[in-house]
Design a protein around this ligand. Sequence first.
Ligand code: PLP
Length: 401
Amino acid sequence: MSSGGNDNAGAARRWRESIMQTYGTPPLELVSGSGCEVTDVEGHTYLDLLGGIAVNVLGHAHPAVTRAVSEQIATLGHVSNFYSHEPELRLAERLLTLIGVPESGRVFFCNSGSEANEAAFKIARRTGRPGVVAASEGFHGRTMGALALTGQPAKREPFEPLPTGVEHVPFGDTAALEAAVNEDTAAIVLEPVQGEAGIVIPPEGYLRAAREIADRAGALLVLDEVQTGIGRTGHWFAFQREGVLPDVLTLAKGLGGGLPLGACIGIGEAAAMLNPGQHATTFGGNPVCCAAALAVLDTIESEQLLRHGTGLGEELVTMIERLGHPLVGEVRGAGMLIAVELNEKLASVVVETARQRGYLLNPVRPDAVRLAPPLVLERQQAQRFVRDLGEVLSEALSMST
Ligand code: PLP
């Protein structure tokens, strides 16, 4: 598959010269993908257990998505948000029905998770209250407003001053949340399961408590489901695990199945807090992206992927635990969002060793590896990975000693 000497080393050199260096140099140049596998420029195939960071819920080149995208681009590719169109309207109705608010919800479509959270932040500001309470280590994106919500100092500090008024409290700690929220609080902003912090699952009842605390203070509850939404944790939305309903819900990642699409959904009063002219984005609700999203939702339903993902996610956790490997600490997961905690800061070494054996993962923390595979991952693929993982871990461990 190697084409004209364009190997990975050459690609990395070209990349360094042409792409702004905001990421580490990527180890691979990928050329194609099918199902849960991707192939690099040298013809090596990898099992993609990261799924474009929780994006490719249907894997790569799923026929339903490619068909929907091809048909839509050949019909109506872009109209700007001065006009509406069928895919956008159908998708909005579909999402509101899945959330259970077909009458009282309204959707603002955008292009990414950060943008969805910017819209949520603006809704919070429209309450007229100055404060927002979010969670330490929470991640909500890299644009300035989303970064202000993000509770990771290393990502925030190089860009200060950020928009003000955001206080961060320990995630999962109901008492700390209660103590921080008062009559100046416009919104509580939380991920139902913290993704970038290392797949941190709060104690049962935390979201219900957050809902009650927000209600008592007259504040909005904003749930950022950019990473957890669209079936990732085994439900359409992770908030459904606790039976709560947010005032604002943000989505992206899996929604477009690989096309850039985000959504900020206001429910009840929050649905009407941005007035005409107060917010917009040129590509928001692009017909092709909306058509892809409809195909994603249809396929999750028709292939029963919520059930498949929950079952296989739990199996993966059990299989990894059963390895009983000395490098592995806690293995935790919510559906197909899984962290393998390591007893040493070897996540990058494990990821690189796994890559050399044909598996794509990522180091979500120095001591934790993340799996966010497509929901269409097959049992045999998961079993093959776990069979090889023992050796990957041992090799990584031997390299550190
Ligand atoms: N919110 C959460 C929970 C995320 O995990 C992410 C990205 O990882 C974002 C927001 C930012 O999304 P994007 O990278 O699409 O801007």
